[in-house]
Design a protein around this ligand. Sequence first.
Ligand SMILES: Nc1ncnc2c1ncn2[C@@H]1O[C@H](COP(=O)(O)OP(=O)(O)OP(=O)(O)O)[C@@H](O)[C@H]1O
Ligand SMILES: [Mg+2]
Length: 237
Amino acid sequence: MIQFENITKSYGTKTVLNNVSVEFSQTKTTALLGPNGSGKSTMIKSILGLVKPESGTITINGTTISNSDEYRQLIGFMAQVARYPDNLTIDELFSMIEDVRLNISSQKEDLITLFELQQHRKKPMKILSGGTRQKVGAVAALMFDSPILILDEPSVGLDPRMTLRLKEYLLQEKHKSKTIILTTHILHEVEELADELIFLLEGSIIFKGSPEYLLQMTAQRTFERAIAYMLSNSPQQ
Ligand SMILES: Nc1ncnc2c1ncn2[C@@H]1O[C@H](COP(=O)(O)OP(=O)(O)OP(=O)(O)O)[C@@H](O)[C@H]1O
Ligand SMILES: [Mg+2]
C-alpha cells in the first residue's frame, strides 16, 4: 500500500499538492485522473523521491520513503517525459539499467520483441522517433517484473497497435496482482484497466472510489460524461 499523509508541495507561490492524504491500494490498479496541471505527475514523482514535498509523509508498505532508498527496487517507473543520455544506444541503456538494479530476472528480450524494437537497438537515443523513445521507456519500466508499476501517461505517442499491446500487457500485469498507478487522459484505458479512480483537481483529491461509484455518484450514463461532470461541477471551479 502506498500512503500519502498531509503531503504539500509548492513551486514558488503555487501550491501544487495541497495537504493531500490518500491511499493507493495494494494489488489494485488505480487511475490517477485530473486536468492538465492538476498535480498528477508531481504526485507520482513524490513517490519516487524525484520531488521532495515540503511537508507530510509517504509510506510504502509501512516504511516512510524518506528513510530509505531500497523501496525503489520494488517499483517499475515510466516518466511522462523520459530523458536519456543522447549518445547511448537502446542496448547500452538497457544494460546500464540492468547493472544498477539488483534484480537479475529481466523480461527485456520479450518486451523488445513485443514493442518491435529489434531493428532500433543499436541506434543512439538522440535519433529515435518520439514513439520509439516511449517504447524504450515502457520496456525500462516493465522489464524487472516489479510488484509496483507507476506509469505516467504510458501510451502517449504510441500508434494504435502498440497502444493495444501495451494495454494488453498491463492487463496481464494487473492479473498478477501488482499494484499499478496509471495516469492517462485516454478514458477507454481507464475503463479497461482501473479498479479505483483518484481524481485530482488543483492539488486536492476530489474523488476516490471505483468507476461504478463515480457513475452512480455523478448520475451520468457514461464514464466520459462522469469525468466531464466532475470537471464542471467541482466546487473549486
Ligand atoms: N519543476 C517545476 N517547477 C515549477 N513548476 C512546476 C514544476 N513541475 C511542475 N510544475 C507546475 O506544477 C503544476 C502541476 O504539474 P504536474 O506536472 O504535476 O501536472 P499534471 O497533472 O501531471 O499535468 P499533465 O496532465 O499536463 O501531465 C503545473 O502548474 C506545473 O506547471
Ligand atoms: Mg503529468
